[in-house]
Design a protein around this ligand. Structure first.
Ligand code: SF4
Length: 489
């Protein structure tokens, strides 16, 4: 798609809107207007006119053109992007469920709007201004309610710890994460592990010096259970030794791929105080599992759940993905029911998001047909209905670009089993200090709400070779908290 812009600086927003409607078409942005654009194109322009400025949005698909315009006293982002949105709706005949929302956390925006206007007027503005469908607005409202307790429990000095293990047994076809499969990265694992412990020690020193309180720990990846039982024991043991755990109410480890789970590893985690794990089937169709490059079967998922229950884990999360290649509504319904039969406390329903670097996009090209988008939407609808019936509450929600059907990822929990870490990190409502390759620490000023990020190197080899820089960057946490506290006085 060619997107032509003239007379304003709303490039980012206009580009994102085009992607909502055409997620897999590259958007080529042109500054200036072309006389006779060919193929699929859009224009967003602002120019002086009597009475102020003329704003215009036009979209053409080679056969039809939709054109909207209005005069405004000054050039502002919202009226222009709203017109572009309407033009895109008319040419495609589709109204995206999340309306104009792009690049924002839907629940965070709702929280801010409700805080400003109150519940009813806030919800009305959310739906009308951003064109969010009543179903999605209701879902966001339910998430907001379910988060209230965790949000209110968060004190100004509280923080969560994220520990990243960026290795997996094999790479899934839809994955664009930095994770490396262990066959290739075996030689990096030991040095990585040692340096990770060193980073944890540095962070524990910083937390103690600042008087921060650790409230949740999350070991994610990748697949943390690619580590041996001994390494898991050591890692969890070091966390408990280095940090003051007296306020830490949850400790999660993403076991993730069932093909990495053994009794010995689960027992090591249980003995180290881990209370919540994830076992992620993604689907319970063996055919689909094979198509996406997961080296395990539905029976392995069932066996892993049974083993985890035997070892004593009550709070188990299971991830499912809608929109996987070869899957359909009936297949997804079976997977969800199969997962519910396993007795999870949390279920996370992801919508397939394909980045350009994932093998599915590279090999299979465009998978964005409207039929697939509609089917993905029906799967998500089914998950909302079925999980609600089964007593689960939606408690966190986020969206990514290039998601199947422009949908969302939603975490569901039985009452009393929400994962606070997921709320704080997805919603950016609390400080998260992240260790390991690809870790992004989000340091939240508890008084002003500002958020600063500190990035670790993305790939394990960089994390290893430039570890001194990783530690130095971490020291920046001290300066940030000192600033927050000084501003308060
Ligand atoms: S388990 Fe997750 S991180 Fe690992 S390859 Fe599969 S999708 Fe990527």
């Amino acid at each position: 798609m060619r997107l032509q812009l003239y007379g304003h600086s709303c490039r980012y927003e206009c580009e994102n809107l085009c992607r909502v409607f055409f997620p897999y078409s590259p958007v080529e942005v042109v500054n200036g207007l072309e006389e006779a654009p060919a193929g699929l194109w859009a224009q967003a322009l602002a120019e002086p006119s009597p009475g102020g400025f003329r704003l215009a949005a036009r979209v053409g698909d080679g056969e039809r053109v939709v054109s909207l315009e209005r005069t405004v006293p000054m050039v502002e982002e919202y009226p222009l992007t709203r017109m572009l949105y309407e033009a895109l709706v008319r040419i495609t005949g589709t109204r995206p469920a999340w309306g104009m929302l792009t690049g924002v956390h839907p629940v965070k925006l709702l929280r801010q709007t409700v805080k400003r206007l109150g519940s009813q007027a806030g919800m009305e503005e959310y739906r009308e201004k951003w064109q969010v469908s009543p179903r999605k607005a209701e879902l966001a409202g339910r998430v907001l309610d379910a988060q209230r307790e965790a949000a209110e429990a968060l004190g100004p000095d509280d923080f969560s710890l994220y520990v990243g293990i960026p290795f997996c047994p094999t790479r899934c076809a839809y994955c664009s994460f930095i994770s490396q499969d262990i066959a290739q990265a075996q030689k990096l694992m030991d040095p990585y592990f040692q340096l990770l412990l060193a980073e944890l020690e540095r962070v524990a020193g910083i937390a103690a010096a600042l008087g921060l309180r650790l409230v949740s720990v999350y070991i994610g990846g990748g697949t943390p259970t690619t580590l041996t039982a001994e390494q898991l024991r050591l890692l969890c043991g070091e966390i408990s030794r280095l940090f003051d755990m007296s306020h830490c109410t949850e400790f999660t480890v993403e076991a993730g791929r069932p093909d990495t789970i053994t009794r010995e590893k689960l027992e090591a985690l249980k003995a180290a105080g881990v209370g919540r794990i994830s076992i992620n089937p993604q689907t319970l169709s063996d055919q689909v599992l094979e198509a996406i490059g997961r080296r395990h079967s539905a029976a392995d998922v069932e066996a892993a759940f049974a083993l985890a229950h035997q070892v004593g884990f009550q709070n188990i999360n299971a991830d499912l993905i809608v929109g996987l290649p070869g899957d359909g509504l009936a297949g997804f319904q079976n997977s969800l029911q199969g997962v519910l039969d396993l007795g999870p406390a949390n279920v996370t329903v992801h919508s397939l998001a394909l980045k350009r670097s994932s093998r599915l996009v590279v090999e299979d090209g465009d998978i964005s047909s409207h039929k697939k988008a509609e089917e993905a939407a029906a799967m998500v609808e089914h998950s909302i209905r079925r999980l609600t019936e089964a007593g689960f509450l939606p408690y966190y929600l986020y969206r990514q670009t290039r998601m199947a059907g422009n949908l969302e990822n939603t975490g569901w929990a039985l009452p009393g089993s929400v994962c606070r870490y997921n709320i704080y990190t997805m919603d950016e409502s609390g400080t998260v200090i992240a260790c390991g390759a690809g870790g992004v620490s989000k340091i939240k000023d508890p008084y002003s709400g500002d958020l600063q990020r500190i990035f670790n190197f993305k790939y394990p080899y960089e994390y290893i070779s430039r570890h001194q820089e990783v530690l130095e960057r971490k020291d920046g946490v001290i300066g940030l908290y000192e600033q927050f506290r000084q501003r308060l006085h």
